[in-house]
Design a protein around this ligand. Structure first.
Ligand code: UD1
Length: 428
């Protein structure tokens, strides 16, 4: 039975909230543990849908995964298969990240092609091209990528786009390669640095993570490691926007404000007050907000994952804002749901033209993906009356206890079993 969030808008958010560990880091660290037979321990792991799916993928491969109270112990002593099946990969595209670690350790992996999703086609050509340059033979058949390499060779790889997933897959494959690999135009997201720190803790030689050029000296023996996942900057950003949209004053802890600089600059530009502190930030709502033009870009640019919540805030600003999506090709599907709540948004290609409105009105809406779902919750908190957000399994994929955290800040939100509202547009 699917569930919905029922939100009564209009309550201000006040108090302090601690964000969970970063989903986009935890998933990659879990995959990296495939590279050693020793035990790895990861703390500050969020208890979210995607982490549970990654645990399923690893267990399917033969790993022992023990997860409780945010602490995960992983032991990938002897794997029983090197094939990640479609039944699991289709549940979470990020499963493709096991490709690099399996190649590094065994020189062989079979991973189902992930297929598309609700924000774009999400190619993996850059992952595969980079692996081919390292001497991996790739064959596609029956919906699977079969990858083999007797020996991986260190190479110079220049990415056509700083893809997060490709950078991570190639970094991990390179750890098992002979010689040095240099990844140029690498992604610079904080989660890449977190992965590099974990790999270094395992005994790998990785330099330059966080800059556009990453060098990996392959062939060093790996061992178990312990690591604390960085705080989730996207969760922090979502809560910050929620505080601005609903009103109030919220202290957000457990995140490095340095990971959110362009986003925070944008919040200030629209008129919110933001103080940065050690290990967190303080956000004070300060309506009426000003319109602002925003363009998503790879890190350190404005994060595409905060684009949907930002569209909600810009909908409450005075004047016209233009939000340009440069990372994903189809990330405005949720806008039609926001329009049902009174937003005035026109999509032209990769631009959303947002005309500010004075009020939003609660409605029944459905989440079509994770961050779109978060945006609908933010809109619900700011809207007059009741909002029912359907298909919240998308939200549960990436936010740990979102409704509990919001309730602790004073929001009127709870989870209910769905009655008739689920299934975002038949066929999606
Ligand atoms: C990761 C994050 C996701 C975030 C995104 C961009 C995880 C689990 N997910 O996704 O939350 O929104 O980074 O910050 O970490 N592309 C290609 N070819 C490739 C790879 C990517 O064309 O081989 C394109 C994609 O179609 C997309 C863009 O590049 O349009 C960005 O993708 P990428 O940076 O790889 O994102 P993910 O790693 O999938």
């Amino acid at each position: 039975m699917s569930e919905v969030f029922v939100i009564r808008g209009g309550e201000e958010l006040r108090g302090s909230v601690r964000v969970s560990g970063a989903k986009n880091s935890a998933l990659k660290l879990m995959a990296a543990s495939l590279m050693t037979g020793d035990e790895c321990r990861i703390v500050n792991v969020p208890d979210i849908g995607d982490v549970r799916i990654m645990a399923e993928v690893l267990r399917h491969l033969g790993a022992d995964v023990d997860f409780r109270d945010g602490e995960m112990a992983l032991r990938c002593h002897e794997l029983s298969t090197l094939r990640a099946p479609y039944a699991l990969v289709r549940k979470m595209r990020a499963s493709i990240i096991v490709l690099g670690p399996l190649l590094a350790r065994y020189g062989h992996a079979e991973v189902a092609l992930p297929g598309g999703c609700n924000i774009g086609t999400r190619n993996i050509d850059l992952h595969l091209r980079g692996l081919a340059e390292m001497g991996v033979e790739l064959e596609m058949s029956h919906g699977y990528i079969e990858a083999r390499a007797e020996r991986l060779r260190g190479s110079r790889i220049s990415l056509a786009f700083p893809s997060v997933g490709a950078t991570e897959n190639l970094m991990m494959a390179a750890v098992g390669a002979d010689g040095t690999t240099c990844i140029e135009n690498a992604a610079r997201e904080p989660e890449i640095q977190d992965l590099a720190d974990f790999l270094r803790g395992m005994g790998a030689q990785v330099h330059g993570a966080g800059t556009p050029v990453i060098e990996i000296e392959g062939g060093h023996a790996l061992h178990g490691a312990s690591h604390r996942v960085i705080g989730d900057r996207i969760e922090a950003g979502t809560l910050a926007v929620a505080a601005c949209a609903a009103g109030g004053e919220v202290s957000i802890e457990g995140v490095s404000s340095g990971h959110l600089q362009v986003f925070l600059r944008t919040l200030r530009e629209v008129g919110a007050e933001v103080d940065e502190g050690e290990g967190g930030l303080m956000v004070r709502a300060h309506p009426p907000y000003r319109s602002c033009d925003v363009a998503t870009l790879p890190h350190p640019g404005f994060p595409t994952d905060l684009q949907p919540p930002m569209v909600v805030l810009l909908s409450l600003a005075q004047g016209i804002s233009v939000l340009t999506e440069n990372v994903f090709e189809n990330r405005f599907l949720y806008v039609d749901e926001l329009k049902r709540m009174g937003c005035d948004i026109k999509i032209e290609g990769n631009h959303a033209i947002i005309r500010g409105v004075t009020r939003l009105s609660g409605a029944e809406v459905c989440a079509c993906d994770l961050r779109a779902g978060a945006a609908l919750v933010v809109a619900g908190l700011a809207a007059e009356g009741e909002t029912v957000v359907g298909d919240i399994h998308h939200i549960d994929r990436g936010y740990e206890e979102l409704e509990g955290k919001l309730r602790a800040l004073g929001a009127d939100i709870h989870r209910e079993e769905a009655e008739g509202i689920s299934g975002w547009r038949e066929g999606c």
